[in-house]
Write a protein that binds this ligand. Structure first.
Ligand SMILES: [Zn+2]
Ligand SMILES: [Zn+2]
Length: 96
């Protein structure tokens, strides 16, 4: 599981709009982390290699290089080696 929700509500209250407490969106800000290297993945795609591990592009590239895949070939396509999951879709699906 690579989604972690963090409380980022730091005095979002202003005189007219006090913090909404439990429903404050800043209290549940999703952060997605690569299962492999632990780096936070921000506005990038996630890659599911079919082993239940969601990884960042750097990890996938490293893994493919290790097994001799030429990721610099012009015909190279991530989707041939892993399911590409958009970060928005992933967060949405984890929420259910
Ligand atoms: Zn708040
Ligand atoms: Zn990674």
């Amino acid at each position: 599981m690579a989604v972690r929700y963090e409380n980022e509500c730091c005095d979002c209250a202003v005189p007219l709009y006090p913090c909404r407490g439990a429903s404050c969106p800043n209290r549940h800000v999703p952060h997605v982390f690569c299962d492999n290297c632990g780096d936070e993945i921000v506005d990038e795609d996630l890659f599911d290699d079919g082993n239940g591990i969601l990884m960042c592009a750097v990890c996938l590239e490293r893994k493919l290089l290790d097994v001799g895949v030429d990721i610099y070939d012009e015909d190279f396509n991530y989707e041939d080696y892993a399911d590409v999951v958009s970060i928005e879709d992933y967060i949405e699906q984890e929420r259910i």
